[in-house]
Design a binder for this molecule. Structure first.
Ligand code: HEC
Ligand code: HEC
Length: 477
């Protein structure tokens, strides 16, 4: 066991061409000795002493290996990566190398583990690390443990798919990978752009085979709603179920399995042949199998991780209830907030009844809101879901794309005009947009009141989510 452990150490510290993203200590020098050992510290929990007096020290000997092994042995469970009840530096340690460095089975059996382990082996292995991704697998971004305000309580996460850092990291790579389209030309992010709160300035988004029949939706705080169904018409029964639908859509990404398109099984084979995926799936799920449920889990974890809670509204809400004025708000913003919160029979606009603060998620029982024109002509009464009203506009006040399922409203003012005067009736219009006793909602707001409401809606925009590297394109180096 000891000899093999030393072999493992030698492999990791063998001098070779390390890629620059393995400059773990950021000293500008990619040194297998210091950087490689830092990796060991991070993943095996080597203490400073074990490193300085042991592995790194002038007198590194077999004793070092014993120290290291004792250290690993002192932390049962943590290193039982294969779940066999044993924590073995050999199998578990090499499994870790497989995860981190993308060792293939062949590299393990004939290389690192085999009788002929040589410098070439380690070069081959390290070649895998040369990654086209702007992601540190050693120091994963924090997706699971994010701090959020205590007043945020709604959560549509299914118990079977909690966010993990590794799962959301995989989801991020998938989200930005054009390989998910038949033509290798278009990723989820083509229609859900970070700079537009993960929506699109095009009214109809451009897919590989034409344009979408509804407007793209912002993916901000998607996790924080009572509504568990997704899409404007709520046809997806969960976020997980939603995520592979665009992939299987002939117009959007083209793995429909019909009309001459390849199928989702073809996509899975395609991904399995791309170096990074076996390693990333192993990191997220424990082995390299790629399945539709795993694609869904990872993509959903990434989307649920996209949080925006640094808006002016949050600054005020931290110390006040929604029915109190916020002291960080202007007079107009506070007036607009009162209009948003109060029902029409109390002089308000009734928005909060359907877009419920503090998440501003849609009431699951809402029917349509009277916006009934489909993008490509005709009538569409099926749209009963809205994304959270947070980040309707960007930090500069510019709308993150057209509003509503048809993207027809280019400004917040146009939205307010719609609710001020619901234009026409339909048999699926929400009762709350009719007047008691019949007739359509007429708020009869003054221009000043409309402006106040717009000012309030703008306070729901955050800033970090537009630039945070966690949600950015990992292929952009
Ligand atoms: C060609 C453009 C396009 C691509 C590519 C695309 N989407 Fe979308 N996305 C849309 C449109 C349009 C909608 C609204 C469609 C509808 O409701 O009928 C939408 C809706 C969604 C929603 C629902 C949000 C909500 O609040 O209900 C999610 C989640 C989503 N997309 C995730 C993804 C993921 C994940 C991918 C990649 C696997 C992806 N999208 C690829 C255009 C696109
Ligand atoms: C009866 C429920 C209901 C009420 C009341 C209501 N809405 Fe909506 N709202 C919806 C529904 C449903 C949608 C999605 C409809 C669609 O796109 O066709 C929506 C969509 C929106 C959108 C577009 C969101 C996006 O992502 O494009 C905005 C903005 C909006 N509402 C603001 C308001 C404001 C402001 C008020 C108050 C003046 C209000 N709503 C009142 C149900 C309601």
């Amino acid at each position: 066991m000891r000899r093999r452990l030393i072999l493992l150490l030698m492999l990791v510290v063998a001098p070779t061409a390390w890629s620059s993203d393995f400059d773990v200590d950021d000293d500008g020098v990619v040194a297998p000795l210091t950087d490689g050992l830092l990796v060991l510290r991070h993943f095996f929990g080597f203490t400073g002493t074990a490193l300085t007096e042991g592995a790194l020290g002038a007198n590194a000997t077999n004793t070092t290996a014993e120290m290291v092994q004792a250290h690993i042995n002192s932390r049962p469970n943590r290193f039982d990566l294969d779940g066999d009840g044993l924590h073995q530096p050999l199998t578990d340690g090499l499994l870790l190398l497989r995860l981190l460095f993308g060792f293939t089975d062949e590299a393990l059996t004939q290389g690192a583990l085999g009788d002929h382990a040589t410098r070439r082996t380690s070069n081959r292995i390290l070649g895998h690390i040369e990654s086209e991704l702007n992601i540190s697998l050693k120091r994963l971004e924090q997706y699971a443990d994010q701090t959020r305000p205590s007043y945020i309580t709604k959560d549509n996460t299914d118990a079977s798919n909690p966010i993990t850092d590794a799962g959301a990291t995989l989801g991020r790579v998938l989200f930005y990978d054009p390989s998910l389209s038949r033509t290798d030309s278009l990723s989820c992010s083509a229609c859900h752009q970070q700079a537009n709160a993960f929506s699109d300035q095009n009214i109809a988004s451009i897919g590989i085979n034409g344009t979408t029949s509804r407007h793209s939706m912002r993916l901000i705080n998607s996790r924080f709603s009572d509504e568990r169904r997704f899409f404007w018409d709520e046809r997806a029964t969960s976020l997980e179920a939603q995520t592979t639908q665009p992939i299987q859509d002939h117009i959007e990404m083209g793995f429909s399995g019909a009309d001459g398109d390849p199928s989702l099984a073809d996509l899975i084979n395609k991904l399995a042949a791309i170096d990074r995926y076996p390693a990333l799936f192993t990191l997220a799920f424990g082995d390299s199998a790629i399945t539709e449920p795993r694609l869904q889990s990872a993509l959903a974890q990434f989307i649920r991780s996209i949080e925006s809670f640094d808006a002016p509204y949050d600054v005020g809400r931290a110390n006040h209830r929604d029915n109190q004025d916020f002291d960080n708000f202007t007079a107009a913003e506070n007036r607009g907030k009162r209009l948003f919160m109060a029902p029409p029979n109390d002089g308000g606009a009734g928005c909060a009844g359907c877009h419920r603060p503090p998440e501003f998620d849609i009431d699951p029982n809402t029917r349509n809101n009277g916006v009934i024109n489909a993008i490509d002509g005709g009538t569409d009464l099926t749209n009963t879901r809205s994304p959270s009203l947070r980040d309707l506009v960007n930090p500069a006040g510019v709308p993150n794309g057209g509003l509503m399922h048809n993207g027809a409203f280019e400004s917040l003012e146009a939205v307010i005009e719609h609710y001020n005067r619901i234009p026409e009736d339909n048999d699926r219009l929400d009762q709350r947009l009719r007047r008691p006793g019949g007739g359509l909602q007429r708020l009869n707001f003054s221009e000043a009141q409309k402006t106040d409401l717009v000012e309030f809606l703008k306070t729901l925009t955050g800033s970090a989510v537009y630039t945070d590297p966690r949600w950015s394109d990992p292929f952009a180096l």
